[in-house]
Design a protein around this ligand. Sequence first.
Ligand code: GRG
Length: 303
Amino acid sequence: MDFKQELGKRTEAIENILTACTPKEEGYQKTIFQAMNYSLMAGGKRLRPMLIQETYRLFGGSHEAVIHPFMAAIEMIHTYSLIHDDLPALDNDEYRRGRKTSHVVFGEAMAILAGDALLNYAFETASKAFNLAENMEEFRGVARAMQILSAKPGIYGMIGGQVVDVELEGRPLDKPVLDFIHEMKTSALIECSMMIGAVLAGADEVSLNKVEQMAKNIGISFQIQDDILDVTSTLEVLGKQTHSDEKNHKTTYVTLFGIDGAMAEAERFSNEAIGLLEEMSEEKGMENPFLVELICQLVHREK
Ligand code: GRG
């Protein structure tokens, strides 16, 4: 398998799914559509929709049309979180995905609304999957996926983590609190993606718990690597400003353990995830070599 080529193909297919869901930029409220599309279609790795798809394939899902609304929806939720996180009241960042941030281009009020709009439109989009379900079992899977989509980005997931992150900013944190923030802020959307892929493919509860655990480890590893890149990379490569954690006086794995220590921890969490994936694959007699490689590559990514 040529991983880079496969990654390119999948990313392009996701771009097409997203494009098909974008609102037309017309009417009196045209500005909100422009602001939504500006951030949503600005590139990005498209990791979360890819994880929905690859987990669906891992569990032998065979009616991919039903996952497309969820793939678009999770990227909309992720994009809303980035728009809001970049606002002056939060990180006050000027660049994201290689472009000026939403509030710089459209003004703060419109950026707030664009984030709100993407969150709402995500559910409007995901709910279209009900119309695509071909039988009762799939319909129930869509209902379960909707529950996961509404819970994981919320107060017991991404928002919960963000609250603690904001409240404790500037104060030294210990590892348990930092892990809590990572698990909620970052892992929650990864868990959300992989669990949605699994339930839509008909995975049982035991498998779903394992998927959640695996995704938690991927998320923590992903966040540690994000914090390393904040110190070691550049605006040109990342498409966003670096040294943002230093600017915001944030404790990270890098401040706690240094770059090498953080790297070792990122690899440890990643290996834990791969171990769980291999265990599950063996038990169920299923495989997805692309997913294994994707998880491996995330720890060594450059952006
Ligand atoms: C709702 C304000 C608000 C915040 C929620 C997720 C989040 C909390 C804020 C976004 C900023 C941030 C540092 C999130 C942690 C997860 C993370 C590393 C996001 C970046 O995701 P990538 O690298 O981005 O997948 P692309 O642009 O590639 O999609």
